[in-house]
Design a protein around this ligand. Structure first.
Ligand code: PHE
Length: 336
């Protein structure tokens, strides 16, 4: 019996040498330590050992079982931890993957940039509805009844009295009718014109309107404000000029040109070889407008200006087709 115990131990030691996986380890356990394994069989045999030998053999058997069990457990922990180490390694020092993030649309970015320049010099931001009355869009702004801009070809009429606003100037009317001077505000928003769609014009676009009304507001202040804007937006070296123009709601009226920032004024495709780019319309608020909103034109003066956002963004980023701004192709939008 004692020999058998020694044999079992020898065999176990030989077997365990070759165990290097959880699968082989389990086979080893079944062979030696399970209920029908070699050790249990020896305990079975032990029952028929003569009583005078029982003590020595019993001790031997218990020692055998303890030793095999201990060796088995030790190997088991080794194999399990090795299994963990060989799993794909995680490098906790690697920087994380940034989540894909959207950006504001180029038009929004451009508007925000312009708005922040005017906010810093005391303009508040006010918006108005895109569906306007004929009176706010035209009548109160001193458009004569037969003005060509009222024509169905330019304006989307909803019915005889309402339309999609063709510019942001009706917000001027709304502000002046709802508050007393002084007024100093910019008015960003969407406008609509019934124009043939092509690379240069679209049926919808964005404008930012500006209005300053108080006592003794001068054209010099208008110029000063717009020159400040142009320098902030296009850079300190920008050259500019004001050209006389006409709008029904301003008198006198002007358009502001800046030196073409693509060619620096030498003349190129973008500025149509003139060296200049028109960036906005402006002027002193016409006394007739003051009268329609209930201000006294004898006491009050003011200036107004308006610019198209698409045009500014297209010039700045050399975008050749306005439709790209409304197709929402992510490959285009991602570039800004
Ligand atoms: N509303 C004019 C336009 O749509 C722009 C403008 C605004 C001109 C204010 C003068 C003063 O073109």
């Amino acid at each position: 019996m004692l020999n058998k115990i020694n044999d079992a131990k020898e065999k176990f030691l030989q077997n365990i040498e070759k165990v290097d996986s959880a699968k082989l380890l389990e086979e080893l356990r079944i062979k030696f330590l399970s209920r029908n394994g070699i050790v249990s069989m020896l305990f079975e045999e032990f029952k028929s050992v003569p009583s005078q030998e029982k003590r020595a053999i019993g001790q031997g058997l218990n020692a055998l079982r303890q030793e095999l069990q201990a060796k088995y457990e030790a190997l088991k922990t080794r194999i399990e931890s090795k299994g963990k180490a060989s799993a794909p390694e995680i490098d906790l020092t690697l920087p994380g993957r940034a989540p894909a993030q959207g950006t504001a649309h180029l038009i929004t970015q451009t508007m925000n940039e312009i708005i922040s320049i005017f906010k810093k010099i005391g303009f508040s931001v006010i918006t108005g509805p895109e569906i306007e009355s004929d009176r706010n869009n035209f009548g109160a702004l001193n458009f004569p009844e037969d003005h060509p801009a009222r024509d169905m070809q330019d304006t989307f009429f909803i019915n005889r009295d309402f339309l999609l606003r063709t510019h942001t100037s009706p917000v001027q009317v709304r502000i002046m009718e709802s508050q007393e001077p002084p007024v100093r505000a910019i008015m960003p928003g969407r406008v609509y014109r019934n124009e043939a769609i092509n690379s240069r014009s679209y049926c919808m676009f964005h404008q930012i309107e500006g209005l300053f009304v108080d006592e003794n507001v001068t054209f010099a202040e208008l110029k000063g404000t717009l020159v400040h804007f142009a320098k902030e937006f296009y850079g300190n070296n920008v050259k500019y000029k004001f050209r006389p123009s006409y709008f029904p709601f301003t008198e006198p009226s002007a358009e502001m040109d800046i030196t073409c920032f693509i060619c620096g004024g030498k003349g190129c495709r973008v500025c149509k070889h003139s060296g200049w780019l028109e960036i906005l319309g402006c002027g002193m608020v016409d006394p007739n407008v003051f009268t329609s909103v209930g201000y006294d034109p004898e006491e009050i003066t003011g200036y107004a200006f308006g610019m198209g956002i698409e045009r500014i963004a297209m010039l700045k980023h050399d975008i050749k087709d306005i439709r790209l701004l409304f197709e929402n192709d992510v490959r285009f939008l991602k570039q800004f």
